[in-house]
Write a protein that binds this ligand. Structure first.
Ligand SMILES: NC(=O)c1ccc[n+]([C@@H]2O[C@H](COP(=O)([O-])OP(=O)(O)OC[C@H]3O[C@@H](n4cnc5c(N)ncnc54)[C@H](O)[C@@H]3O)[C@@H](O)[C@H]2O)c1
Length: 368
């Protein structure tokens, strides 16, 4: 066993480059030893971007390699399950992108396989790592908000209406905005307030997306562009969520609009993606006021990342790798785990069922 945690990046696309490889670079305990992607041209590009590392096109080679301890899977959704099962069976620790699978059944199978293999497993739910999100959680734990009564989340982006590539086909993606964007908000709501017991959900498609970015044509989208739900948490609180990537005028340099709030019996508190080092907070009779997030929440505990470097809305994303490597080194469960990934997907699937059936649906999340 080497001194460092030797990591392979499976999938060398956008999120690998934006979140995970910078996260590995920040962590002196971690080493990027291999990259896997079937796209040879992209592999060559990544050798230039990321430095020379072993490059392969078949993930089985990663699963079978003796000199790899852990993998980060950042591939299209339909490939998450086979890659995870191969790597888990070979004893590799796995961080996998969200949504874990293309259905709750798939994500539950991945969770059970990882649990039974005894590996560390983590779902890459990025926004749990925003300093303001961690501070909201602490305020709840400390009772500063009183009894949590109500949660609200809005996530609007202004992305093009051209093809979304693999993301717009049910077999490859599972669902659209619901699995791409809203599932993060379902996860952090459950991270803050506990399990969601029942939902009334709705989805809608706004665009056919038959034009590719380079002016070609493709089959129409099969997935939702807007997803919404109201839900009841097991602890008695209620919540409302809404998301879409086709909201004009919400571009905001690519960060879009994101707002999430908790309203408790004593106070309300707000997270905003565009100001992650501050929250808004107010008690009865007051107006919401900006409150700086305390220094201890600005980076992952123990991480050498400089909290004053980089764009705040970007750099907290590098803390996912710190958590994954910490779980491996400290021999503890990672948070959020595959169990959290499956729990969020159970809620998302209940939203689709509710939309189809036009009624409230109890969340079915049998994982043991
Ligand atoms: N956590 C977040 O905030 C966040 C943000 C963006 C994307 N994501 C998730 O990350 C995943 C990837 O998204 P992306 O935007 O990087 O997509 P992308 O299309 O830019 O990149 C995916 C890469 O995977 C490669 N690939 C396809 N099949 C493969 C296989 N069998 N083995 C190895 N590589 C393979 C593709 O060639 C491509 O380079 C998705 O599941 C997406 O939902 C998460």
């Amino acid at each position: 066993m080497s001194d460092s945690v030797r990591i392979a990046m499976v999938g060398a696309g956008a999120v690998a480059d934006y979140h995970h490889v910078p996260g590995i670079r920040v962590d002196p305990r971690a080493e990027l030893v291999a990259v896997c992607d079937p796209n040879q041209e992209l592999l060559q590009q990544r050798q230039r971007d990321w430095g020379p590392v072993r490059a392969v096109t078949d993930y089985q080679e990663i699963a079978e390699a003796d000199d790899i301890d852990a993998v980060i899977i950042a591939t299209p959704n339909f490939t998450h399950k086979p890659i995870t099962l191969a790597c888990a069976a070979a004893g590799k620790h796995v961080m996998c992108e969200k949504p874990l699978g293309v259905s709750f059944e798939e994500s539950a199978e991945m969770y059970r396989a990882a649990r039974d293999a005894g590996i560390r497993h983590m779902t890459a739910f990025t926004y749990r790592f925003a300093p303001s999100m961690k501070y909201l959680r602490q305020l709840l734990v400390d009772g500063q908000l009183g009894t949590p009564r109500h949660f609200r989340s809005q996530r609007f982006l202004d992305l093009p209406e051209t093809s979304w590539s693999w993301r717009q086909y049910k077999k490859l993606a599972g669902a659209g905005d619901l699995y791409d964007m809203t599932i993060h908000r379902i996860d952090f709501a459950q991270g803050l307030l506990g399990s969601i017991a029942s939902v009334c959900g709705a989805v809608a498609q706004f665009a056919s997306r038959t034009e590719t970015v380079d002016g070609g044509s493709c089959d129409p989208s099969e997935v939702d562009d807007w997803s919404a739900l109201i839900g009841r948490f097991e602890n008695g609180a209620v919540g409302v969520w809404e998301g879409s990537t086709l909201m004009k005028g919400r571009h905001n340099d690519g960060y879009g609009f994101e707002w999430a709030e908790i309203n408790g019996s004593e106070a309300s508190a707000v997270y905003q993606l565009t100001d992650p080092n501050n929250i808004l907070m107010g008690r009865h009779g007051e107006s919401l006021q900006k409150v700086p997030v305390p220094a201890e929440f600005l980076v992952a505990t123990g991480s050498p990342r400089d909290p004053s470097a980089g764009v705040p809305s970007d750099v907290f994303r590098h803390d996912l790798v710190w958590e994954f490597v910490s779980a491996i080194v400290e021999q503890r469960d990672a948070v959020p785990s595959f169990r959290d990934g499956a729990r969020a997907q159970a809620v998302a699937d209940a939203v689709l069922e509710s939309d189809e059936q036009g009624r409230w649906v109890d969340v079915a999340c049998e994982l043991d």
